[in-house]
Design a protein around this ligand. Structure first.
Ligand code: COA
Length: 257
């Protein structure tokens, strides 16, 4: 598949997807969301890809938001459809993927950009990251999961503050708020993301996918997370990965999943 708005590079089971519209600060237009949707589906169905890293082209921005020029004239119905399609095709897709996604955030991650990072399973920020949900300054609200995921990740009070003020926070503040797992110098962003991806890749893909489902169960209404975990834990025992992992330990060798 040839893409116009993203770059896809796979090396040793780690796929790096770079959103590549630097002249528009990598704003998420419809075409970019579609390409990301296809690339992520392909990665999920490929046995070759163990971890995905999402980043933005250039040093200035990860993603500066949804492409405002595309929705400025939208009606109520079109606005609702835009949000729903975004949830379905990209943000919920990432959140629910069995293949872990690390967001390597360089520069601005605003609106849909921060929402993209928050849908990812792990976030690493460069020290030049500036993130926020500025939608209320545009007369709208975050529509790609931001009102929910920011409150889950950073807490309700901080989410309220960031959404209502539309303010950006810098990388140290994002770290203090729990929005990012790590802050590193810009030049170390990709090496740090790759190092973490390699560490994850050594573990059982089955156990990783199951663990993601279990953590997410806590945030799924109507699902008892602990009961979900009990069931999922039991299912691990019926898998080849479990046999290999435990046998390798007992045989004092590295597991090969
Ligand atoms: N949608 C569409 N285009 C965007 C965009 C967005 N979310 N964010 C940036 N761009 C475009 C600008 O229109 C500009 O395009 P142009 O050169 O053709 O005019 C280009 O990217 C560079 O942005 P610019 O605003 O000139 O850069 P800056 O350094 O002065 O400011 C930001 C950087 C991030 C502060 C500013 O671009 C901004 O506020 N963007 C919108 C952020 C936002 O509200 N996101 C939420 C959307 S729901």
């Amino acid at each position: 598949m040839t893409y116009e708005n993203i770059l896809v590079n796979t090396d040793a089971g780690i796929q790096t997807i770079t959103i590549n519209r630097p002249s528009k600060l990598n704003a998420l237009n419809k075409a970019t969301i579609e390409e990301l949707n296809i690339a992520l589906q392909e990665a999920e169905s490929s046995k070759e890809t163990g971890v995905i890293i999402l980043t933005g082209a250039g040093e200035k921005a990860f993603v500066a938001g949804a492409d405002i020029s595309e929705f400025a004239h939208f009606s109520v119905a079109e606005g609702k459809a835009l949000s729903q399609k975004g949830h379905d095709d990209l943000f919920n897709r990432i959140d629910g993927m069995g293949t872990p996604v690390i967001a390597a955030v360089n520069g601005f991650a605003l609106g849909g950009g921060l929402e993209l990072a928050m849908s990812s399973h792990i976030r690493i920020f460069a020290d030049n990251a500036r993130v926020g949900l500025p939608e209320t300054s545009l007369g709208v609200i975050p529509g790609y999961g931001g009102t929910q995921r920011l409150a889950q990740i950073a807490g309700k009070g901080r989410a309220m503050q960031m959404v209502l003020t539309a303010e950006m926070v810098d990388a140290p503040t994002a770290l203090a708020y729990g929005i990012t797992n790590k802050v590193v110098p810009l030049e170390e962003l990709m090496p740090t993301a790759l190092k973490m991806a390699k560490k994850i890749s050594r573990n059982s893909p089955m156990a990783i996918a199951t663990a993601i489902q279990c953590v997410n169960a806590n945030y799924t209404s109507g699902v008892n997370g602990l009961a979900f975990e009990v069931d999922a834990f039991g299912k691990c025992f019926g898998t080849d990965d479990f046999k290999e992992g435990t046998t390798a330990f007992l045989e004092k060798r590295k597991a090969s999943f």
